[in-house]
Design a protein around this ligand. Sequence first.
Ligand SMILES: CC(C)(COP(=O)(O)OP(=O)(O)OC[C@H]1O[C@@H](n2cnc3c(N)ncnc32)[C@H](O)[C@@H]1OP(=O)(O)O)[C@@H](O)C(=O)NCCC(=O)NCCS
Length: 153
Amino acid sequence: MINIRRATLEDMDTLVKLRLDFLRHMATLREDDEATLSAQFADYLSRHLNRNALAVLAETDCQVASIALLTVAEQPAHRYLPSGKSGTLLNVYTYPEYRRRGLSIQVVRRTIEEARNMGVSAIDLLATPEGKPLYEQLGFGDTPLPAMRLRIF
Ligand SMILES: CC(C)(COP(=O)(O)OP(=O)(O)OC[C@H]1O[C@@H](n2cnc3c(N)ncnc32)[C@H](O)[C@@H]1OP(=O)(O)O)[C@@H](O)C(=O)NCCC(=O)NCCS
């Protein structure tokens, strides 16, 4: 049986594990960063989860199989962001043994629904090649202006 649900602070250890497993998969986790990133993420969750961030989990037979995170930020509203609230979707991850069963699509759909209920006008993300077809299926498209970044440190 598949259970799709919003995470709470009681899921803290599971969320931290899923975050590290995702970063490991993305090859963006150095072994000596694990403790620091775990502590930062636990602290982040304790301050933001179910305030301006949310996590949706998929469980199959009580095993956590899939996750998506959403952070919500508020900025001055404009024509394409009428509420001024935008979401960033990140850490979309399904453990390899549970892939291609429609878990991520359900998790991301639920995340979009929760974002809508929070008054979010638009959701942004950076897609991996594996993730792109999933997001396209859900209606995500290219943005009219290119994303840019300045790394400060
Ligand atoms: C991308 C990822 C989250 C998909 O998870 P999943 O639970 O297998 O996805 P779903 O089963 O819900 O797939 C839904 C649809 O997305 C598309 N899709 C999913 N994985 C795909 C892949 N590897 N290649 C092409 N299309 C894919 C398909 O359209 C699929 O529908 P279908 O199986 O009926 O063809 C998973 O492969 C993963 O964790 N990858 C590593 C982390 C990652 O890249 N995350 C995305 C960050 S942006």
